[in-house]
Design a protein around this ligand. Structure first.
Ligand SMILES: Cc1cc2nc3c(=O)[nH]c(=O)nc-3n(C[C@H](O)[C@H](O)[C@H](O)COP(=O)(O)OP(=O)(O)OC[C@H]3O[C@@H](n4cnc5c(N)ncnc54)[C@H](O)[C@@H]3O)c2cc1C
Length: 375
């Protein structure tokens, strides 16, 4: 790794290994790397990238990406500005502003300490606050879009900072303008959330309601946060250096129309018999909308017998098969090959196409086509 002060005033390092910046602990180096705190630094970085003809990638906490074994042949920008500013009141509504590099779970802790409701179920999701907006993080019955107010972002093309409100961000299940039509276009500097001083526990989600039903208490906000952390830690291995890593859910869950769901039932009957079909129907009953079925991909991976499946150092987690683990020494190629096997099996046996949740970074088009092909 070397360090060069670019023509701009922005210190830009070269050949920086990205593996330590990711929760998967996988991936090669960034050709260029810079930390960004201010709009001026961002403009300097954009100018540098244009001059050198390189692509830009914004790297937050690295918990929702798979970096290729060759690394990223461009400029990686790492948000560096932290800070939380809360307390603007509007009736019972409280506005909390978080700078992009703030650890998301610290944002949740800050809100819970003050009795501000709305994000306690999103406890212990890794990553930075800025990135929480990119995939509209969600868990245990809450998602960021429930409380999102506005974000200050800069467009790389112009360097101009502007405020985007919820309608501009087009937040949906694990998606937003930032990972769809506007992918690679913006740098998020901060976000503002509207939380509530009025108690509003949201514990209908299956695991949470069972947790509190067993204990027979109406939970406080702190108890909800503590319960979410304990439930998560039991089934979702938090990535740690000594036992490799992961990027959380590797596959998105499925939302099927009534007709698609009918087809899936047919496949279940012919592939796995009546008992598996009964389990599928039970899951279907738990869905909220009669018009569409939300089917957990983990269940499909399990019935296809893929739990524990391994390619090189990558493995489908036995306890939560939505997660692919780096069992030590896994390469990005191992992970993507394993993901391909899972997706192809679900496609050929069940006729469903599941999408990846983490973003592949630094792969060329041909590699991506090969990894994502279902043929
Ligand atoms: C153990 C584990 C559990 C998880 N559980 C959940 C869960 O329950 N629910 C859930 O929704 N997700 C979950 N995730 C996924 C992940 O934590 C979230 O997607 C998180 O928001 C990613 O944040 P990050 O800072 O690590 O982003 P990164 O992985 O660094 O980046 C993700 C994307 O955001 C972009 N980005 C990052 N910062 C900025 C910025 N400031 N401006 C513009 N673009 C930016 C990147 O370019 C990239 O496209 C889990 C991950 C792990 C490892």
């Amino acid at each position: 790794m070397s360090s060069a002060r670019a023509e701009t005033k922005l210190p830009i390092q070269e050949g920086v290994p990205l593996k330590p910046y990711t929760t998967f602990k996988i991936g090669g180096p960034a050709r260029y790397f810079a930390e960004i705190s201010t709009p001026e630094e961002l403009r300097a970085a954009s100018t540098f990238a244009r001059k050198h003809g390189t692509a830009i990638f914004v790297l937050g906490g690295g918990s929702n990406i798979v970096v290729s074994d060759r690394g990223f042949d461009g400029l990686v920008l790492h948000p560096a500005r932290r800070g939380l500013d809360g307390g603007t009141r509007d009736g019972e509504k409280v506005l909390l502003r978080a700078e992009a590099a703030e650890t998301w779970d610290d944002v949740v802790g800050f809100a819970v300490e003050r009795g501000w409701w709305g994000i306690e179920n999103l406890s212990h999701i890794p990553g930075q606050a800025g990135a929480a907006l990119v995939q509209n993080i969600g868990a245990y019955g809450q998602q960021l879009s429930d409380v999102f107010e506005a974000a200050e972002v800069a467009d790389f093309a112009t360097g101009v900072v502007r405020t985007l409100v919820a309608a501009d961000c087009r937040l949906a299940y694990r998606s937003s303008v930032f990972n769809t039509s506007g992918r690679g276009r913006y740098f998020i500097f901060n976000l503002a959330l509207h939380l509530s001083e009025r108690e509003r526990p949201s514990i209908e989600y299956k695991d949470l309601s069972a947790w509190f039903a067993e204990r027979g208490v109406t939970p406080t906000q702190r108890e909800i946060r503590a319960a979410v952390i304990q439930i998560r830690d039991r089934k979702f291995p938090f990535p740690r250096e000594e036992r490799g890593g992961n990027a959380g859910s590797f596959f998105k869950n499925l939302t099927l129309t009534a007709a698609e769901y009918e087809k899936l039932e047919g496949r279940f009957r012919s592939e796995f018999g009546e008992s598996a079909l009964g389990r599928l129907r039970e899951i279907r009953k738990q869905g909220v909308s009669p018009a569409s079925a939300r089917i957990p991909t983990a269940f499909l991976i399990e019935v296809c017998g893929l739990k524990g499946r391994r390619v090189g150092g990558a493995q489908v987690n036995e306890r939560q098969p939505l997660v692919l683990l780096n069992q030590g020494g896994a390469t990005a190629d191992d992970v993507m090959s394993l993901a391909r096997e899972v997706r192809r099996t679900l496609y050929t046996r069940l006729g469903v196409t599941v999408s990846l949740e983490p973003e592949p970074v630094g792969f060329c088009d041909a590699e991506l086509r090969a990894h994502l092909s279902l043929e």
